[in-house]
Design a protein around this ligand. Sequence first.
Ligand SMILES: Nc1ncnc2c1ncn2[C@@H]1O[C@H](COP(=O)(O)OP(=O)(O)OP(=O)(O)O)[C@@H](O)[C@H]1O
Ligand SMILES: [Mg+2]
Length: 553
Amino acid sequence: MTEAPFLRMEEIHKEFPGVVANDRVDFSVRRGEIHGLLGENGAGKSTLMKILYGLYSPDGGDIWLDGTRLDLESPQDAIDAGIGMVHQHFMLIPRLSVTENVVLGEREPAGRFRTSMGSLLDGLVSRFSLGLEEPADRIRDLAGQYGFDVDPTAKIWQLDVGQQQRVEILKALYRDVDLLILDEPTAVLTPNEAERLFESLERLAEEGIAIIFITHKLKEIDAITDRVTVLREGAKVGTVDTADVTREDLAEMMVGREVLFDLEKDPVEIGDPVLQARGLRARDQRDIEVLAGVDLTVRAGEVVGIAGVSGNGQKQLAELVAGLGDPTDGTIELMGTDLTGASPREFVDHDVSFVPEDRLRYGCAADLSVMHNATMKDFRQARFGANRPFLDYGELREYAETLVEEFDVRGVQDVRAVTAGDLSGGNLQKLILAREIYRDPDLLVANQPTRGVDVGAIEFIRESILEQRERGTGVVLISEDLDEIVDLSDRILVIYEGEFVHETTPEEADRERVGLAMTGGEAAATDGGRDPIDAGRAATDGGGAADRGADGR
Ligand SMILES: Nc1ncnc2c1ncn2[C@@H]1O[C@H](COP(=O)(O)OP(=O)(O)OP(=O)(O)O)[C@@H](O)[C@H]1O
Ligand SMILES: [Mg+2]
Protein backbone atom coordinates (compact mmCIF):
# COMPACT_ATOMS: atom_id res chain seq x y z
CA MET A 1 0.00 0.00 0.00
CA THR A 2 1.35 3.41 -0.95
CA GLU A 3 0.60 6.57 1.00
CA ALA A 4 -0.28 8.85 -1.93
CA PRO A 5 -3.94 8.78 -2.92
CA PHE A 6 -4.79 6.89 -6.09
CA LEU A 7 -8.37 8.13 -6.12
CA ARG A 8 -9.22 11.60 -4.92
CA MET A 9 -12.78 12.89 -4.77
CA GLU A 10 -12.88 16.55 -3.79
CA GLU A 11 -15.85 18.51 -2.46
CA ILE A 12 -18.38 16.20 -4.11
CA HIS A 13 -21.83 17.70 -3.83
CA LYS A 14 -25.12 16.16 -4.88
CA GLU A 15 -28.68 17.15 -4.09
CA PHE A 16 -31.96 15.46 -4.84
CA PRO A 17 -35.21 17.36 -4.39
CA GLY A 18 -35.22 18.17 -0.70
CA VAL A 19 -32.16 16.08 0.25
CA VAL A 20 -28.46 16.80 0.30
CA ALA A 21 -27.23 13.30 -0.53
CA ASN A 22 -23.55 14.31 -0.60
CA ASP A 23 -22.46 17.44 1.21
CA ARG A 24 -19.05 18.56 -0.13
CA VAL A 25 -17.46 15.20 0.54
CA ASP A 26 -13.69 14.68 0.31
CA PHE A 27 -12.76 11.05 -0.10
CA SER A 28 -9.51 9.40 -1.09
CA VAL A 29 -8.28 5.86 -1.54
CA ARG A 30 -4.78 4.46 -1.93
CA ARG A 31 -3.55 1.77 -4.27
CA GLY A 32 -3.71 -1.67 -2.71
CA GLU A 33 -5.98 -0.49 0.05
CA ILE A 34 -9.32 -1.90 1.15
CA HIS A 35 -11.24 1.17 2.22
CA GLY A 36 -14.51 0.74 4.11
CA LEU A 37 -17.36 3.17 3.55
CA LEU A 38 -19.76 3.26 6.43
CA GLY A 39 -22.89 5.19 7.32
CA GLU A 40 -26.54 4.89 8.21
CA ASN A 41 -29.15 4.05 5.61
CA GLY A 42 -29.50 7.11 3.43
CA ALA A 43 -26.15 8.62 4.51
CA GLY A 44 -25.10 8.98 0.86
CA LYS A 45 -22.73 6.03 0.33
CA SER A 46 -24.33 4.65 -2.83
CA THR A 47 -24.77 8.15 -4.23
CA LEU A 48 -21.06 8.94 -3.80
CA MET A 49 -20.16 5.67 -5.50
CA LYS A 50 -22.65 6.17 -8.32
CA ILE A 51 -21.00 9.51 -8.99
CA LEU A 52 -17.63 7.79 -9.12
CA TYR A 53 -19.08 5.23 -11.54
CA GLY A 54 -20.57 7.86 -13.85
CA LEU A 55 -24.18 6.98 -13.06
CA TYR A 56 -25.00 10.30 -11.40
CA SER A 57 -23.43 13.62 -12.30
CA PRO A 58 -22.46 15.64 -9.25
CA ASP A 59 -23.65 19.20 -8.69
CA GLY A 60 -20.10 20.09 -7.76
CA GLY A 61 -16.64 18.70 -7.06
CA ASP A 62 -13.80 16.94 -8.86
CA ILE A 63 -12.60 13.39 -9.26
CA TRP A 64 -8.94 12.53 -9.80
CA LEU A 65 -7.67 9.06 -10.59
CA ASP A 66 -3.93 8.43 -10.64
CA GLY A 67 -3.30 12.15 -11.12
CA THR A 68 -5.73 12.58 -14.01
CA ARG A 69 -8.97 14.51 -13.68
CA LEU A 70 -11.92 12.38 -14.74
CA ASP A 71 -14.90 13.70 -16.59
CA LEU A 72 -17.45 10.93 -16.29
CA GLU A 73 -20.54 11.12 -18.43
CA SER A 74 -21.56 7.47 -18.19
CA PRO A 75 -20.50 4.18 -16.61
CA GLN A 76 -18.70 3.44 -19.87
CA ASP A 77 -16.31 6.32 -19.12
CA ALA A 78 -15.70 4.91 -15.65
CA ILE A 79 -15.12 1.43 -17.03
CA ASP A 80 -12.66 2.85 -19.58
CA ALA A 81 -10.81 4.53 -16.70
CA GLY A 82 -10.47 1.14 -14.97
CA ILE A 83 -13.28 1.44 -12.44
CA GLY A 84 -15.55 -1.52 -11.73
CA MET A 85 -18.66 -1.52 -9.58
CA VAL A 86 -20.74 -4.22 -7.94
CA HIS A 87 -24.11 -2.64 -7.27
CA GLN A 88 -26.25 -2.88 -4.18
CA HIS A 89 -29.26 -3.71 -6.32
CA PHE A 90 -28.68 -6.13 -9.13
CA MET A 91 -28.23 -4.84 -12.66
CA LEU A 92 -28.61 -8.24 -14.30
CA ILE A 93 -30.97 -9.13 -17.13
CA PRO A 94 -33.05 -12.05 -15.82
CA ARG A 95 -33.70 -13.89 -19.06
CA LEU A 96 -30.10 -13.93 -20.25
CA SER A 97 -27.51 -16.44 -19.10
CA VAL A 98 -24.70 -15.77 -16.65
CA THR A 99 -22.16 -15.60 -19.48
CA GLU A 100 -24.30 -13.28 -21.59
CA ASN A 101 -24.73 -10.97 -18.63
CA VAL A 102 -21.02 -10.91 -17.90
CA VAL A 103 -20.04 -10.28 -21.51
CA LEU A 104 -22.74 -7.73 -22.23
CA GLY A 105 -22.06 -6.12 -18.86
CA GLU A 106 -19.67 -3.83 -20.65
CA ARG A 107 -22.66 -1.90 -21.92
CA GLU A 108 -24.06 -1.23 -18.51
CA PRO A 109 -27.78 -0.58 -18.95
CA ALA A 110 -28.77 1.92 -16.32
CA GLY A 111 -31.76 1.86 -14.03
CA ARG A 112 -35.14 1.91 -15.61
CA PHE A 113 -33.93 1.40 -19.17
CA ARG A 114 -32.82 -2.03 -18.10
CA THR A 115 -35.88 -3.85 -19.36
CA SER A 116 -35.94 -2.37 -22.84
CA MET A 117 -32.16 -2.74 -23.10
CA GLY A 118 -32.70 -6.31 -22.03
CA SER A 119 -34.94 -7.16 -24.95
CA LEU A 120 -32.61 -5.33 -27.31
CA LEU A 121 -29.63 -7.32 -26.09
CA ASP A 122 -31.70 -10.46 -26.16
CA GLY A 123 -32.29 -9.90 -29.87
CA LEU A 124 -28.62 -9.21 -30.53
CA VAL A 125 -27.53 -12.33 -28.73
CA SER A 126 -29.84 -14.63 -30.61
CA ARG A 127 -29.31 -12.93 -33.96
CA PHE A 128 -25.55 -12.97 -34.00
CA SER A 129 -25.21 -15.89 -31.61
CA LEU A 130 -22.13 -14.48 -29.96
CA GLY A 131 -19.27 -16.93 -29.50
CA LEU A 132 -19.84 -17.57 -25.84
CA GLU A 133 -17.80 -20.68 -25.21
CA GLU A 134 -14.52 -18.94 -24.58
CA PRO A 135 -16.03 -16.40 -22.17
CA ALA A 136 -17.92 -19.21 -20.46
CA ASP A 137 -14.65 -21.03 -19.86
CA ARG A 138 -13.06 -17.89 -18.50
CA ILE A 139 -15.99 -17.30 -16.20
CA ARG A 140 -15.79 -20.90 -14.99
CA ASP A 141 -12.08 -20.38 -14.24
CA LEU A 142 -12.71 -17.11 -12.44
CA ALA A 143 -15.57 -18.61 -10.46
CA GLY A 144 -13.37 -21.54 -9.46
CA GLN A 145 -10.52 -19.23 -8.51
CA TYR A 146 -12.77 -17.28 -6.16
CA GLY A 147 -14.72 -20.29 -4.95
CA PHE A 148 -18.05 -19.19 -6.42
CA ASP A 149 -20.49 -21.93 -7.27
CA VAL A 150 -22.00 -20.48 -10.46
CA ASP A 151 -22.95 -22.24 -13.68
CA PRO A 152 -22.11 -19.92 -16.63
CA THR A 153 -24.94 -21.34 -18.73
CA ALA A 154 -27.70 -20.86 -16.13
CA LYS A 155 -30.23 -18.10 -16.75
CA ILE A 156 -30.25 -15.32 -14.17
CA TRP A 157 -33.92 -15.87 -13.28
CA GLN A 158 -33.06 -19.39 -12.19
CA LEU A 159 -30.58 -18.18 -9.56
CA ASP A 160 -31.29 -17.10 -6.01
CA VAL A 161 -30.10 -13.72 -4.78
CA GLY A 162 -26.83 -15.06 -3.36
CA GLN A 163 -25.93 -16.62 -6.68
CA GLN A 164 -26.94 -13.47 -8.56
CA GLN A 165 -24.67 -11.45 -6.33
CA ARG A 166 -21.76 -13.71 -7.26
CA VAL A 167 -22.52 -13.06 -10.94
CA GLU A 168 -22.34 -9.32 -10.27
CA ILE A 169 -18.94 -9.77 -8.71
CA LEU A 170 -17.72 -11.95 -11.59
CA LYS A 171 -18.94 -9.30 -14.01
CA ALA A 172 -16.65 -6.75 -12.39
CA LEU A 173 -13.70 -9.14 -12.05
CA TYR A 174 -14.06 -10.27 -15.67
CA ARG A 175 -12.86 -6.89 -16.85
CA ASP A 176 -9.51 -5.72 -15.60
CA VAL A 177 -10.01 -3.07 -13.00
CA ASP A 178 -7.68 -0.77 -11.01
CA LEU A 179 -10.41 0.38 -8.68
CA LEU A 180 -13.21 -1.88 -7.55
CA ILE A 181 -16.31 -0.59 -5.78
CA LEU A 182 -18.43 -3.10 -3.89
CA ASP A 183 -21.73 -1.75 -2.57
CA GLU A 184 -22.81 -4.13 0.21
CA PRO A 185 -21.53 -7.25 -1.53
CA THR A 186 -21.96 -9.47 1.50
CA ALA A 187 -25.56 -8.52 2.29
CA VAL A 188 -26.74 -11.61 0.44
CA LEU A 189 -23.76 -13.92 0.85
CA THR A 190 -23.49 -16.75 3.36
CA PRO A 191 -20.74 -16.44 5.98
CA ASN A 192 -18.72 -19.03 4.10
CA GLU A 193 -19.06 -17.21 0.79
CA ALA A 194 -18.24 -13.90 2.45
CA GLU A 195 -15.09 -15.45 3.89
CA ARG A 196 -14.01 -16.58 0.44
CA LEU A 197 -14.85 -13.19 -1.06
CA PHE A 198 -12.61 -11.57 1.57
CA GLU A 199 -9.74 -13.82 0.61
CA SER A 200 -10.22 -12.80 -3.03
CA LEU A 201 -10.41 -9.13 -2.15
CA GLU A 202 -7.22 -9.37 -0.15
CA ARG A 203 -5.54 -11.03 -3.11
CA LEU A 204 -6.77 -8.27 -5.43
CA ALA A 205 -5.51 -5.61 -3.01
CA GLU A 206 -2.10 -7.27 -2.89
CA GLU A 207 -2.00 -6.96 -6.68
CA GLY A 208 -2.34 -3.19 -6.17
CA ILE A 209 -6.04 -2.80 -6.86
CA ALA A 210 -7.80 -0.16 -4.78
CA ILE A 211 -11.01 -1.45 -3.25
CA ILE A 212 -13.94 0.47 -1.80
CA PHE A 213 -16.10 -1.72 0.36
CA ILE A 214 -19.54 -0.70 1.64
CA THR A 215 -21.09 -2.75 4.40
CA HIS A 216 -23.28 -2.40 7.46
CA LYS A 217 -21.47 -5.20 9.23
CA LEU A 218 -18.91 -3.76 11.58
CA LYS A 219 -17.34 -7.18 11.98
CA GLU A 220 -16.45 -7.10 8.28
CA ILE A 221 -15.00 -3.60 8.52
CA ASP A 222 -12.80 -4.95 11.28
CA ALA A 223 -11.83 -8.04 9.37
CA ILE A 224 -10.71 -6.67 6.02
CA THR A 225 -10.43 -2.91 5.77
CA ASP A 226 -7.29 -0.84 6.23
CA ARG A 227 -9.11 2.45 6.66
CA VAL A 228 -12.74 3.52 7.06
CA THR A 229 -14.61 6.65 6.04
CA VAL A 230 -17.86 7.40 7.83
CA LEU A 231 -20.66 9.48 6.31
CA ARG A 232 -23.61 10.89 8.21
CA GLU A 233 -26.53 12.70 6.55
CA GLY A 234 -24.49 13.27 3.41
CA ALA A 235 -21.43 14.74 5.11
CA LYS A 236 -18.13 13.12 5.97
CA VAL A 237 -17.63 12.50 9.69
CA GLY A 238 -14.04 11.35 9.23
CA THR A 239 -11.54 8.81 7.91
CA VAL A 240 -9.75 6.60 10.42
CA ASP A 241 -7.31 3.69 10.46
CA THR A 242 -9.37 0.59 11.21
CA ALA A 243 -6.84 -0.65 13.71
CA ASP A 244 -7.34 2.46 15.85
CA VAL A 245 -11.10 2.16 16.44
CA THR A 246 -13.56 -0.21 18.13
CA ARG A 247 -16.94 -1.38 16.88
CA GLU A 248 -18.61 0.92 19.40
CA ASP A 249 -16.59 3.93 18.18
CA LEU A 250 -17.68 3.29 14.60
CA ALA A 251 -21.34 2.83 15.53
CA GLU A 252 -21.27 6.07 17.42
CA MET A 253 -19.58 7.92 14.54
CA MET A 254 -22.33 6.62 12.25
CA VAL A 255 -25.44 7.39 14.22
CA GLY A 256 -24.19 10.10 16.56
CA ARG A 257 -25.29 8.21 19.66
CA GLU A 258 -24.54 4.98 21.47
CA VAL A 259 -26.04 1.86 19.91
CA LEU A 260 -27.34 -1.08 21.95
CA PHE A 261 -25.99 -4.34 20.67
CA ASP A 262 -27.94 -6.36 23.23
CA LEU A 263 -31.70 -6.77 23.19
CA GLU A 264 -34.11 -7.09 26.09
CA LYS A 265 -36.33 -10.09 25.48
CA ASP A 266 -39.06 -10.51 28.09
CA PRO A 267 -40.82 -13.82 28.62
CA VAL A 268 -44.19 -13.99 26.85
CA GLU A 269 -47.06 -16.36 27.39
CA ILE A 270 -47.41 -18.50 24.31
CA GLY A 271 -50.96 -19.01 23.01
CA ASP A 272 -52.83 -21.16 20.50
CA PRO A 273 -51.33 -22.02 17.12
CA VAL A 274 -51.76 -19.28 14.52
CA LEU A 275 -50.08 -21.30 11.79
CA GLN A 276 -50.16 -25.04 11.30
CA ALA A 277 -48.50 -26.29 8.15
CA ARG A 278 -48.27 -30.02 7.61
CA GLY A 279 -46.31 -32.07 5.11
CA LEU A 280 -45.51 -29.12 2.83
CA ARG A 281 -43.85 -30.03 -0.40
CA ALA A 282 -42.90 -27.74 -3.26
CA ARG A 283 -41.09 -27.90 -6.56
CA ASP A 284 -39.44 -25.08 -8.45
CA GLN A 285 -39.65 -24.22 -12.17
CA ARG A 286 -37.02 -26.78 -12.99
CA ASP A 287 -39.19 -29.37 -11.25
CA ILE A 288 -36.66 -29.96 -8.53
CA GLU A 289 -38.14 -30.62 -5.10
CA VAL A 290 -37.22 -27.71 -2.84
CA LEU A 291 -39.45 -28.54 0.13
CA ALA A 292 -39.50 -32.18 1.06
CA GLY A 293 -42.35 -32.50 3.54
CA VAL A 294 -42.14 -29.78 6.20
CA ASP A 295 -44.28 -29.43 9.33
CA LEU A 296 -44.34 -26.01 10.94
CA THR A 297 -46.45 -24.83 13.86
CA VAL A 298 -46.23 -21.26 15.14
CA ARG A 299 -48.18 -20.13 18.20
CA ALA A 300 -49.37 -16.70 19.23
CA GLY A 301 -46.54 -14.80 20.88
CA GLU A 302 -43.89 -17.15 19.58
CA VAL A 303 -40.95 -16.37 17.32
CA VAL A 304 -39.88 -19.44 15.39
CA GLY A 305 -36.47 -18.83 13.90
CA ILE A 306 -35.50 -20.72 10.78
CA ALA A 307 -31.77 -20.88 10.34
CA GLY A 308 -30.21 -22.06 7.14
CA VAL A 309 -27.94 -21.20 4.26
CA SER A 310 -29.99 -19.45 1.56
CA GLY A 311 -31.19 -21.78 -1.20
CA ASN A 312 -32.29 -24.60 1.09
CA GLY A 313 -36.02 -24.06 0.63
CA GLN A 314 -36.64 -21.28 3.13
CA LYS A 315 -37.68 -18.82 0.43
CA GLN A 316 -40.35 -21.24 -0.83
CA LEU A 317 -41.46 -22.05 2.72
CA ALA A 318 -41.84 -18.36 3.52
CA GLU A 319 -43.84 -17.75 0.35
CA LEU A 320 -46.14 -20.72 0.92
CA VAL A 321 -47.06 -19.83 4.49
CA ALA A 322 -47.55 -16.22 3.42
CA GLY A 323 -49.99 -17.39 0.76
CA LEU A 324 -47.92 -16.85 -2.39
CA GLY A 325 -48.11 -19.99 -4.48
CA ASP A 326 -49.51 -23.42 -3.72
CA PRO A 327 -47.70 -26.43 -2.28
CA THR A 328 -47.56 -29.57 -4.41
CA ASP A 329 -48.60 -31.43 -1.28
CA GLY A 330 -49.55 -30.63 2.32
CA THR A 331 -51.93 -28.27 4.10
CA ILE A 332 -51.81 -24.79 5.61
CA GLU A 333 -54.12 -23.73 8.45
CA LEU A 334 -54.34 -20.23 9.86
CA MET A 335 -56.10 -19.73 13.19
CA GLY A 336 -57.78 -23.08 12.60
CA THR A 337 -59.03 -22.25 9.08
CA ASP A 338 -57.77 -24.35 6.20
CA LEU A 339 -56.29 -21.95 3.65
CA THR A 340 -54.53 -24.48 1.43
CA GLY A 341 -54.83 -23.22 -2.15
CA ALA A 342 -56.37 -19.88 -1.11
CA SER A 343 -55.43 -16.68 -2.94
CA PRO A 344 -52.77 -14.26 -1.64
CA ARG A 345 -55.58 -11.78 -0.94
CA GLU A 346 -57.27 -14.27 1.40
CA PHE A 347 -54.04 -14.67 3.34
CA VAL A 348 -53.77 -10.89 3.65
CA ASP A 349 -57.38 -10.75 4.81
CA HIS A 350 -56.54 -13.40 7.42
CA ASP A 351 -53.96 -11.00 8.82
CA VAL A 352 -50.83 -12.56 7.45
CA SER A 353 -47.95 -10.16 6.82
CA PHE A 354 -44.91 -10.89 4.73
CA VAL A 355 -41.51 -9.26 4.45
CA PRO A 356 -39.91 -10.88 1.40
CA GLU A 357 -36.21 -11.43 0.87
CA ASP A 358 -35.99 -9.45 -2.36
CA ARG A 359 -37.54 -6.19 -1.24
CA LEU A 360 -36.97 -4.25 -4.42
CA ARG A 361 -38.56 -6.78 -6.74
CA TYR A 362 -41.30 -8.32 -4.63
CA GLY A 363 -41.61 -6.12 -1.57
CA CYS A 364 -42.69 -2.95 -3.31
CA ALA A 365 -43.70 -1.33 -6.55
CA ALA A 366 -40.53 0.69 -7.15
CA ASP A 367 -42.09 3.25 -9.51
CA LEU A 368 -45.06 4.01 -7.29
CA SER A 369 -45.08 6.57 -4.52
CA VAL A 370 -44.28 5.85 -0.89
CA MET A 371 -47.97 6.48 -0.19
CA HIS A 372 -49.13 3.80 -2.60
CA ASN A 373 -46.55 1.38 -1.29
CA ALA A 374 -47.44 2.03 2.32
CA THR A 375 -51.13 1.41 1.75
CA MET A 376 -51.26 -1.19 -1.01
CA LYS A 377 -52.28 -3.97 1.35
CA ASP A 378 -54.87 -2.01 3.30
CA PHE A 379 -56.49 0.34 0.82
CA ARG A 380 -59.66 -1.76 0.92
CA GLN A 381 -60.33 -0.74 4.50
CA ALA A 382 -63.49 1.28 5.00
CA ARG A 383 -61.69 4.29 6.41
CA PHE A 384 -59.76 4.66 3.15
CA GLY A 385 -63.08 4.85 1.31
CA ALA A 386 -63.30 1.25 0.17
CA ASN A 387 -67.11 1.30 0.35
CA ARG A 388 -67.40 4.68 -1.29
CA PRO A 389 -66.96 5.46 -5.00
CA PHE A 390 -63.52 7.03 -4.48
CA LEU A 391 -60.59 6.25 -2.24
CA ASP A 392 -59.94 8.88 0.38
CA TYR A 393 -56.50 10.15 -0.58
CA GLY A 394 -56.28 12.35 2.50
CA GLU A 395 -56.61 9.27 4.73
CA LEU A 396 -54.17 7.25 2.64
CA ARG A 397 -51.66 10.04 2.83
CA GLU A 398 -52.04 10.47 6.55
CA TYR A 399 -51.61 6.75 7.10
CA ALA A 400 -48.45 6.71 4.96
CA GLU A 401 -47.08 9.73 6.81
CA THR A 402 -47.67 7.98 10.13
CA LEU A 403 -45.73 4.93 8.97
CA VAL A 404 -42.86 7.04 7.69
CA GLU A 405 -42.68 8.91 10.98
CA GLU A 406 -43.07 5.98 13.37
CA PHE A 407 -40.58 3.82 11.52
CA ASP A 408 -38.15 6.66 10.87
CA VAL A 409 -38.05 6.17 7.10
CA ARG A 410 -35.61 8.83 5.90
CA GLY A 411 -35.56 10.64 2.58
CA VAL A 412 -39.32 11.14 2.24
CA GLN A 413 -40.28 14.81 1.98
CA ASP A 414 -43.62 14.09 0.37
CA VAL A 415 -45.15 10.61 0.51
CA ARG A 416 -46.92 11.23 -2.81
CA ALA A 417 -43.87 12.46 -4.72
CA VAL A 418 -41.03 10.20 -3.58
CA THR A 419 -41.19 6.69 -5.06
CA ALA A 420 -40.18 3.50 -3.26
CA GLY A 421 -37.35 3.12 -5.77
CA ASP A 422 -35.89 6.49 -4.74
CA LEU A 423 -35.34 5.32 -1.15
CA SER A 424 -32.00 4.01 0.04
CA GLY A 425 -31.89 0.25 0.61
CA GLY A 426 -32.36 0.30 4.36
CA ASN A 427 -35.06 2.92 4.29
CA LEU A 428 -37.03 0.89 1.78
CA GLN A 429 -36.74 -2.07 4.16
CA LYS A 430 -38.06 0.06 7.01
CA LEU A 431 -41.01 1.16 4.86
CA ILE A 432 -41.93 -2.43 3.96
CA LEU A 433 -41.60 -3.55 7.55
CA ALA A 434 -43.74 -0.62 8.65
CA ARG A 435 -46.47 -1.57 6.18
CA GLU A 436 -46.43 -5.20 7.30
CA ILE A 437 -46.21 -4.62 11.04
CA TYR A 438 -48.44 -1.58 11.45
CA ARG A 439 -51.50 -3.59 10.44
CA ASP A 440 -50.97 -5.75 13.55
CA PRO A 441 -50.90 -9.16 11.87
CA ASP A 442 -51.65 -12.51 13.51
CA LEU A 443 -48.80 -14.08 11.59
CA LEU A 444 -45.69 -12.23 10.48
CA VAL A 445 -43.39 -14.00 8.04
CA ALA A 446 -40.08 -12.14 7.78
CA ASN A 447 -37.35 -13.32 5.43
CA GLN A 448 -33.97 -11.68 6.14
CA PRO A 449 -35.56 -8.57 7.68
CA THR A 450 -32.32 -6.82 8.61
CA ARG A 451 -30.26 -7.58 5.53
CA GLY A 452 -28.55 -4.42 4.31
CA VAL A 453 -29.86 -2.32 7.17
CA ASP A 454 -27.70 -0.02 9.31
CA VAL A 455 -26.93 -0.76 12.97
CA GLY A 456 -29.40 1.78 14.30
CA ALA A 457 -32.18 0.44 12.08
CA ILE A 458 -31.31 -3.17 12.92
CA GLU A 459 -31.82 -2.34 16.58
CA PHE A 460 -35.19 -0.78 15.68
CA ILE A 461 -36.37 -3.66 13.46
CA ARG A 462 -35.44 -6.29 16.03
CA GLU A 463 -37.24 -4.38 18.75
CA SER A 464 -40.30 -4.08 16.49
CA ILE A 465 -40.35 -7.85 15.94
CA LEU A 466 -40.15 -8.44 19.69
CA GLU A 467 -42.98 -5.95 20.24
CA GLN A 468 -45.12 -7.91 17.79
CA ARG A 469 -44.35 -11.05 19.74
CA GLU A 470 -45.41 -9.33 22.94
CA ARG A 471 -48.75 -8.37 21.47
CA GLY A 472 -49.36 -11.99 20.49
CA THR A 473 -48.29 -12.18 16.86
CA GLY A 474 -46.81 -15.48 15.74
CA VAL A 475 -43.56 -14.81 13.89
CA VAL A 476 -41.67 -16.88 11.37
CA LEU A 477 -38.19 -15.38 11.24
CA ILE A 478 -35.88 -16.56 8.49
CA SER A 479 -32.31 -15.43 8.69
CA GLU A 480 -28.82 -16.49 7.79
CA ASP A 481 -27.56 -14.46 10.71
CA LEU A 482 -27.30 -16.93 13.56
CA ASP A 483 -26.90 -14.18 16.16
CA GLU A 484 -30.19 -12.68 15.02
CA ILE A 485 -31.95 -16.05 15.22
CA VAL A 486 -30.63 -16.75 18.70
CA ASP A 487 -31.43 -13.24 19.97
CA LEU A 488 -35.03 -13.14 18.76
CA SER A 489 -36.37 -16.69 18.65
CA ASP A 490 -38.27 -18.80 21.16
CA ARG A 491 -37.64 -21.90 19.12
CA ILE A 492 -35.05 -22.56 16.43
CA LEU A 493 -35.37 -24.87 13.44
CA VAL A 494 -32.55 -25.54 11.01
CA ILE A 495 -33.50 -26.12 7.38
CA TYR A 496 -31.28 -28.01 4.97
CA GLU A 497 -32.20 -29.29 1.50
CA GLY A 498 -35.88 -28.61 2.05
CA GLU A 499 -36.18 -30.35 5.42
CA PHE A 500 -35.85 -29.41 9.06
CA VAL A 501 -32.78 -31.24 10.26
CA HIS A 502 -32.34 -29.83 13.76
CA GLU A 503 -34.51 -28.21 16.43
CA THR A 504 -33.35 -26.35 19.51
CA THR A 505 -34.03 -23.35 21.75
CA PRO A 506 -31.91 -20.21 22.08
CA GLU A 507 -30.97 -21.24 25.63
CA GLU A 508 -29.78 -24.66 24.56
CA ALA A 509 -28.48 -23.82 21.10
CA ASP A 510 -24.98 -25.06 20.50
CA ARG A 511 -23.76 -22.68 17.83
CA GLU A 512 -21.28 -25.06 16.37
CA ARG A 513 -23.89 -27.77 16.07
CA VAL A 514 -26.45 -25.38 14.54
CA GLY A 515 -23.85 -24.04 12.12
CA LEU A 516 -22.97 -27.56 11.16
CA ALA A 517 -26.60 -28.58 10.65
CA MET A 518 -27.00 -25.53 8.38
CA THR A 519 -24.40 -26.95 6.04
CA GLY A 520 -25.68 -30.51 6.18
CA GLY A 521 -22.92 -31.58 8.55
CA GLU A 522 -25.22 -32.88 11.29
CA ALA A 523 -24.27 -36.50 10.72
CA ALA A 524 -20.61 -35.57 10.90
CA ALA A 525 -21.26 -33.70 14.14
CA THR A 526 -22.84 -36.67 15.86
CA ASP A 527 -20.13 -39.01 14.56
CA GLY A 528 -17.55 -36.63 15.91
CA GLY A 529 -15.35 -37.87 13.09
CA ARG A 530 -14.63 -35.20 10.52
CA ASP A 531 -13.29 -31.75 11.03
CA PRO A 532 -16.44 -29.60 11.24
CA ILE A 533 -15.17 -26.90 8.90
CA ASP A 534 -14.27 -29.34 6.16
CA ALA A 535 -17.55 -31.13 6.59
CA GLY A 536 -19.33 -27.81 6.14
CA ARG A 537 -17.37 -26.95 3.03
CA ALA A 538 -17.91 -30.31 1.41
CA ALA A 539 -21.62 -29.99 1.94
CA THR A 540 -21.74 -26.46 0.54
CA ASP A 541 -19.59 -27.23 -2.47
CA GLY A 542 -21.74 -30.21 -3.33
CA GLY A 543 -24.74 -27.88 -3.51
CA GLY A 544 -28.11 -29.06 -2.24
CA ALA A 545 -30.98 -29.99 -4.50
CA ALA A 546 -32.68 -26.80 -3.41
CA ASP A 547 -29.54 -24.82 -4.17
CA ARG A 548 -29.56 -25.74 -7.82
CA GLY A 549 -33.18 -25.02 -8.25
CA ALA A 550 -33.71 -21.63 -6.76
CA ASP A 551 -37.03 -20.08 -7.45
CA GLY A 552 -36.81 -17.21 -9.92
CA ARG A 553 -40.28 -15.91 -9.44
N1 LIG B 1 -32.46 8.79 -7.49
C1 LIG B 1 -32.79 9.42 -6.36
N2 LIG B 1 -33.81 10.30 -6.31
C2 LIG B 1 -34.12 10.95 -5.17
N3 LIG B 1 -33.48 10.78 -3.99
C3 LIG B 1 -32.46 9.90 -3.97
C4 LIG B 1 -32.06 9.17 -5.14
N4 LIG B 1 -31.01 8.37 -4.81
C5 LIG B 1 -30.78 8.59 -3.50
N5 LIG B 1 -31.64 9.51 -2.99
C6 LIG B 1 -31.64 10.01 -1.60
O1 LIG B 1 -30.33 10.40 -1.26
C7 LIG B 1 -29.99 10.01 0.06
C8 LIG B 1 -28.75 9.12 0.05
O2 LIG B 1 -29.09 7.86 -0.52
P1 LIG B 1 -28.04 6.69 -0.76
O3 LIG B 1 -28.72 5.68 -1.58
O4 LIG B 1 -26.78 7.27 -1.29
O5 LIG B 1 -27.81 6.17 0.73
P2 LIG B 1 -26.90 4.96 1.27
O6 LIG B 1 -25.92 5.55 2.20
O7 LIG B 1 -26.38 4.18 0.13
O8 LIG B 1 -27.98 4.13 2.11
P3 LIG B 1 -28.19 2.51 2.29
O9 LIG B 1 -27.26 2.08 3.36
O10 LIG B 1 -29.60 2.41 2.78
O11 LIG B 1 -27.98 1.87 0.97
C9 LIG B 1 -31.23 9.34 0.61
O12 LIG B 1 -31.96 10.28 1.35
C10 LIG B 1 -32.00 8.91 -0.61
O13 LIG B 1 -33.39 8.85 -0.34
MG1 LIG C 1 -26.73 2.23 -0.53
